[in-house]
Design a protein around this ligand. Structure first.
Ligand SMILES: NC(=O)c1ccc[n+]([C@@H]2O[C@H](COP(=O)([O-])OP(=O)(O)OC[C@H]3O[C@@H](n4cnc5c(N)ncnc54)[C@H](O)[C@@H]3O)[C@@H](O)[C@H]2O)c1
Length: 346
């Protein structure tokens, strides 16, 4: 029997997840909850986001159970998996409630902005019957999985430098503009740049220290709208850097990139380079080799992985609440570094 899914929060990400569940024969979307009366009534039009067209979801909202409150969905006996796509400041409390109701829970990144809230999730996970997985999608993005394996296997020798970049225009599309309220979203540092923070940790392990600079610019004023972070590891000759920001002009759109220089090759990923997103440059070759990866994305793969974990009865390992908390902690260390203009030891 398909895993019965209830999605909470039908915004940009909720709709993306619903489309993915709908295309996966192992899942069946049966219920949702959104407190916006229009969305609750099944009118899911409008909205924005940074990657992909979210229309044609493959489900008829009017054929699903629309719950009045998230708690009603958590106690729905015909829901196995709760997929939380709520604004970040609502993540922790809702994960705790859904786990307490005995459900499996997938929750969008970041786990929380505050470490106290992240700890509440970790406590709840320890007592829970169901599994919990934070949706750190970069760990499942095919070209990024390729990089993780290439680094782990030392396929092209040592890494000399790794630079990650993620830029977008100011997200003016969120519900009630919560994304532009640093208290609620953590601003670009916790919402956008956290993808690279988490991936840096995943591939290179925990840094010994971090140095970051950032601007509180035109998007949120008090938040961190553009961040450049350097992660310091034991090897003083290895450069690991990540840069993220959401102040670009609306005409700019969105980019995510990495360039990783190994001893014997340079890997370059650019989301915008359609059909050849991942290129490998090697000595003696005029043209870079285009690396072929499965035609899917991190969102589809993370959901596929979590469904497999649930089916097999084995808890997810690729991304866990305890691990996601470490990414939130590193974001806080970057904030401290930016404010004090100092290297922060970890
Ligand atoms: N993994 C990624 O690539 C990615 C991309 C975008 C967003 N996200 C994350 O997804 C989460 C949601 O972001 P979004 O852009 O979809 O937000 P959004 O503003 O587009 O949508 C939020 C939705 O939640 C609903 N909502 C608000 N309070 C509610 C409540 N108490 N109960 C039920 N519904 C409620 C709103 O009506 C709205 O429809 C965030 O944590 C964000 O960081 C992840």
């Amino acid at each position: 029997m398909a895993i019965r899914v209830g999605v909470v929060g039908i915004g940009f990400m909720g709709k993306a997840h619903i489309g993915i569940h709908a295309r996966n024969p192992r899942a069946k979307v049966v219920a949702f909850c959104d407190t916006d009366p229009k969305k609750a009534a099944g009118d899911w039009g409008g909205g924005g986001g940074n990657i992909g067209d979210q229309s044609n979801l493959g489900v008829d909202p009017k054929a699903l159970r629309s719950h009045r409150t998230p708690q009603d969905l958590y106690t729905d006996p015909e829901v196995d998996l709760v997929d939380i796509c709520l604004p970040t400041y609502l993540h922790a409390a809702n994960v705790v409630k859904a786990l307490a109701a005995g459900k499996h829970v997938l929750c969008e990144k970041p786990l929380a902005v505050s470490l106290k809230e992240a700890d509440l999730v970790i406590q709840a996970v320890k007592k829970a019957k169901g599994f919990m997985m934070p949706a750190h999608c970069m760990r499942f993005w095919p070209e990024w999985q390729w990089l993780k394996a290439a680094v782990a296997e030392k396929r092209f020798g040592k890494v000399l430098s790794a630079v990650f970049r993620r830029f977008g225009s100011t997200p003016v599309w969120s519900w009630g503009n919560w994304l532009l309220e640093p208290r609620l979203s953590g601003s670009a540092l916790f919402d956008l740049h956290i993808h690279d923070i988490d991936f840096v940790r995943y591939v290179f392990g925990e840094p010994q220290a971090v140095f970051a600079v950032g601007t509180a610019g035109k998007a949120t004023r008090e938040g961190m709208d553009h961040v450049v972070a350097t992660y310091l590891y034991r090897n003083p000759r290895q450069v690991v850097m990540a840069e993220g920001g959401w102040e670009a002009d609306p005409s700019y759109g969105f980019t995510m990139r990495y360039t990783v220089v190994f001893d014997r090759a340079t890997a370059d990923f650019d989301l915008a380079r359609e059909g050849k997103t991942l290129q490998l440059h090697k000595a003696g070759r005029k043209e870079p080799e285009v690396i072929k990866v499965p035609a899917t994305n991190g969102w589809e793969q993370e959901i596929e992985y979590f469904l497999t974990c649930i089916e097999k009865g084995t808890p997810p390992k690729v991304t866990t609440a305890a691990d996601a908390r470490k990414s939130v902690a590193l974001a806080h260390a970057e904030l401290e570094s930016i404010k004090k203009r100092k290297i922060v030891k970890l």
